[in-house]
Design a protein around this ligand. Structure first.
Ligand SMILES: [Cu+2]
Length: 333
């Protein structure tokens, strides 16, 4: 066999290295590591499926290799014995797959029931609404509304009620468990308890239009007391702006912004992210950009240029006005 010259082998090797270089176990959106019992029960089922399939593949390939070698044609050999039907073989290859399906079905059904059960008493309820292309989080028991960053307490069961005002989305935080569709006109439910503080990235997992890929979110899981402090701050009315931000508030209040956005005590729009405590968010436009003055000013001047298809139009503010509004919004901690 002629071995190809190095440069011809280098290309596939480089390609494989590049692809495998992206593989890691413990990444921000890993599906192989879970911080909830809910996620781990799905993972254990997945593990079972992988091992059962691996065993079947091994048996089939070993059998195939044996048949190929053992019954291959040999020069001058006689015509092989001709066989019609084999009751035992046929029975066994009917019963064996049925057994395999049974082995897979029993734990699958158990996990389905376990992960679809009613929410435990004392669960924190959050209504999750998927919008093109951002996430709204409402805490009915706290009177708090936020967007794109979902604060949850560690160690307390939470029940997410998923609903959507526009098209079908899918709520997916890989490290917290399976994805679930967000379907207009019906309420789906997801129940889990997070057992480790941390930030968990998620992403809409059902193609929903132009900026589907820019529909990210983050769960920020914090200890109980920190969650209570966060909730108390969010419940408070929007702070009154200091000197520099007061102009921005005036511009906001007389612009089209008020028709879409809520800032409690200032405006009451209901089709866009609640901005009452927008300054406390780390990211802007569903995880697209860090939330700072530069990015926010650019966003307010022309949102669809920052995020293709964004449902917030450019409302005609110049850069200075946008900067003033951005200063005001960032003061809303
Ligand atoms: Cu979506």
């Amino acid at each position: 066999m002629r071995i190809p010259p190095l440069h011809r082998r280098a290309l596939p090797i480089a390609a494989i290295t590049a692809v495998l270089g992206g593989c890691a176990w413990d990444t921000p959106m890993s599906t192989a590591v879970s911080s909830t019992e809910f996620g781990r029960s799905i993972l254990s089922l997945y593990g079972l499926l992988v091992w059962v399939s691996a065993a079947i593949i091994a048996i089939v390939f070993i059998g195939l290799a044996w048949v190929l070698l053992h019954f291959r044609e040999r020069p001058g050999g006689p015509l092989p014995r001709q066989i019609r039907g084999h009751t035992l073989l046929e029975l066994s290859w009917t019963i064996a797959p049925a057994l395999v399906l049974l082995i897979i079905a029993i734990p699958t059904i158990q996990v389905i029931f376990r992960t679809q059960g009613a929410a435990p008493r004392g669960a924190l309820e959050v209504t999750v609404r998927g919008w093109q292309w951002w996430w709204e989080f409402r805490y009915p028991s706290l009177g708090v509304v936020t967007a794109n960053e979902l604060y949850l307490p560690v160690g307390q069961p939470v029940v997410l009620r998923l609903e959507g005002p526009d098209v079908i989305h899918s709520f997916w935080i890989p490290r917290l468990g399976g994805k679930r569709d967000v379907v207009p006109g019906r309420i789906n439910q997801l129940t889990f308890t997070i057992d480790q503080a941390g930030e968990y990235w998620g992403q809409c997992a059902e193609f929903c239009g132009t900026s589907h890929a820019n529909m990210r979110m983050q769960v920020i899981a914090v200890p109980r007391q920190e969650f209570d402090r966060w909730a108390a701050r969010q419940k408070a009315p929007a702070p009154e702006p200091a000197e520099a931000a007061a102009d921005g508030k005036a511009i906001y209040a007389r612009s089209a912004c008020v028709g879409c956005h809520t800032i409690r005590g200032v405006s009451a729009g209901a089709i866009a992210p609640d901005l009452t405590h927008f300054g406390s968010r780390k990211t802007l436009a569903a995880g697209l950009l860090p939330n700072d003055l530069e990015n926010l000013t650019t966003w307010i001047v022309d949102p669809p240029r920052v995020k293709p298809g964004a449902k917030m139009p450019a409302v005609g503010l110049n850069a200075a006005e946008a900067r003033a509004v951005a200063t005001y919004l960032l003061s809303l901690k």
